[in-house]
Design a protein around this ligand. Structure first.
Ligand SMILES: Nc1ncnc2c1ncn2[C@@H]1O[C@H](COP(=O)(O)OP(=O)(O)OP(=O)(O)O)[C@@H](O)[C@H]1O
Ligand SMILES: [Mg+2]
Length: 454
């Protein structure tokens, strides 16, 4: 029997119609490890089946928005709730008028690109089904609907979107962010070479993400010609799965994958922190290492990446403007790391032991310890550019070897791990008026030995 007829008793009843919404019977905020879902149906029987299935199946999905209305009659406040909840899954009942419902679903998909839309309705012919998929639906459950078909469809959505791993049921890749608050410090050089070396050492799936959305240069540094970029991924996220993701990614001959920054700087402005967080979560489900080159600013896109990254590599030079910029960013970094300084790694690039500013001065100024120094090596850099080969694949210069050491330490997970660091802010405050007592051993190569920090 087509349960569509079940609409009748409640179709105009107290729970139906535009402007009517319900709080979730599962309660709000299903917790960090649950997916947020929205349900749009005027059919109480379907509502009951969905809630019962979620309760009994153990799927980590919580209905946070329950809208008792037909999809064609959604009121502006419904759309606003859908948008603001950022539901990862939206279950839409399309039974009343599939053709109009497909158009409405398309509008929802466009307004909430992060959501995976799951339609429910009558059997559709192939053309309509194709229309529905083009509108942004990722699954369609023909009526009559049983718990099992809902469970299977949601399971497929979670698999396609890589959410099973996100919820702790699988392995999630490591997200490493590289941030430098001053232009030209070497962030792109470091992230690119460390990514290549990580892949070479481990053979694991490694992705370089260019989140310098205005002027990203990873692709050109590696000589790859991307067909798509980060914003394309955001725009098509509603239909993203592993296969589509693969078509958005370029492969470098070293084996690392690259997700490029946009080709035109201005379109980077469309991006919100939520988009970034969601996409990075998705990428971590598909890669062992995701290395992000952030922009020089603490714009929402960078903040979203820094918030989830562990660790964050702060790439700086030793000149006063670089240190001043970095120091100004420390309170924000303290906030995004929730006061956990063990998530920060300080990389001093273009290190010159004869510099007027010593490493001890630098640590004193910043209140954080230096984890690595990378030598200033113009000749090696020029040669790498002229041969078109990344530094770590182009001989055994000191700079290349230091970058390789850095990657090796990431694999070993040792860097910084044995340093008991106080909260950044705490250290800054604590150091006011106190001089460093430490005797620094001369730095020979990266990484700076933890013991040299006293
Ligand atoms: N250790 C080094 N020794 C010599 N030159 C270096 C070193 N590190 C980076 N460079 C060079 O400095 C320039 C800037 O480096 P890079 O583009 O990696 O920095 P960035 O922080 O990403 O800069 P941007 O502000 O453009 O994003 C490049 O020409 C790079 O080759
Ligand atoms: Mg750069």
């Amino acid at each position: 029997m087509d349960t569509n007829v079940g609409i009748a008793p409640n179709g105009v009843g107290p729970t139906a119609g535009p402007g009517t919404g319900r709080g979730s019977s599962q309660g709000r905020g299903g917790g960090r490890n649950r997916l947020r879902a929205a349900l749009i149906t005027s059919d109480d029987r379907l509502r009951h089946t969905v809630f019962e299935t979620l309760r009994d199946s153990g799927l980590p999905v919580t209905v946070e928005v329950d809208i008792a209305a037909s999809i064609q009659f959604l009121a502006p406040e419904h759309l606003e709730r859908l948008r603001s909840t950022q539901a990862q899954i939206v279950i839409v009942d399309m039974s009343d008028d599939p053709e109009r419902a497909i158009r409405s679903a398309g509008a929802i998909a466009a307004g909430s690109p992060q959501s995976a839309l799951v339609g429910v309705g009558p059997e559709l012919d192939a053309t309509r089904l194709l229309d529905a998929m083009r509108a942004g639906l990722v699954e369609y459950i023909p009526r009559p609907v049983e718990g099992e078909s809902i469970r299977e469809a949601l399971g497929r959505v979670m698999h396609k979107r890589g959410w099973s791993g996100a919820l702790g049921n699988g392995s999630k890749g490591k997200l490493l962010a590289f941030f430098s608050p001053k232009g030209g410090s070497g962030s792109t050089s470091v992230v690119t070479n460390v990514g290549i070396e990580l892949h070479r050492l481990t053979g694991k799936k490694t992705l370089l993400v260019d989140l310098d959305l205005e002027l990203g240069e990873i692709a050109s540094m590696l000589g790859v010609r991307p067909r798509f970029h980060f914003i394309d991924l955001i725009r098509n996220f509603h239909r993203m799965d592993a296969d589509l993701l693969a078509s958005y990614i370029e492969s470098h001959e070293s084996g690392v994958h690259v997700l490029s920054a946009p080709f035109e700087p201005e379109i980077g402005e469309e991006v919100s922190g939520e988009h970034i967080a969601q996409i990075l979560g998705f990428l971590r489900d598909h890669y062992d290492y995701v290395l992000v080159d952030t922009s020089k600013s603490l714009a929402p896109a960078s903040l979203a990446a820094l918030q989830t990254a562990d660790p964050i590599f702060l790439v700086t030079n030793m000149d006063v403007p670089s240190l001043r910029n970095l120091k100004r960013c420390l309170p924000t970094l303290d906030r995004v790391t929730a006061g956990d300084p063990s998530r920060l790694r300080l990389v001093v690039n273009r290190f010159n032991p004869k510099s007027l500013v010593s490493l001890a001065d630098l640590e004193e100024t910043l209140g954080i310890e230096v984890d690595w120094t990378l030598t200033n090596d113009y000749g090696t850099v020029i040669e790498s550019i002229s041969t078109g080969r990344p530094l770590v694949l182009n001989g055994n210069s000191q700079f290349a070897n230091q970058l390789k050491d850095l990657a090796r330490d990431i694999v070993g997970g040792s860097a910084g791990a044995n340093k008991a660091k106080a909260s950044l802010i705490g250290r800054l405050v604590g150091r006011l008026g106190s001089k460093s007592k430490k005797n620094r051993a001369p730095v020979k190569s990266a990484p700076v030995e933890a013991s040299s920090h006293g």
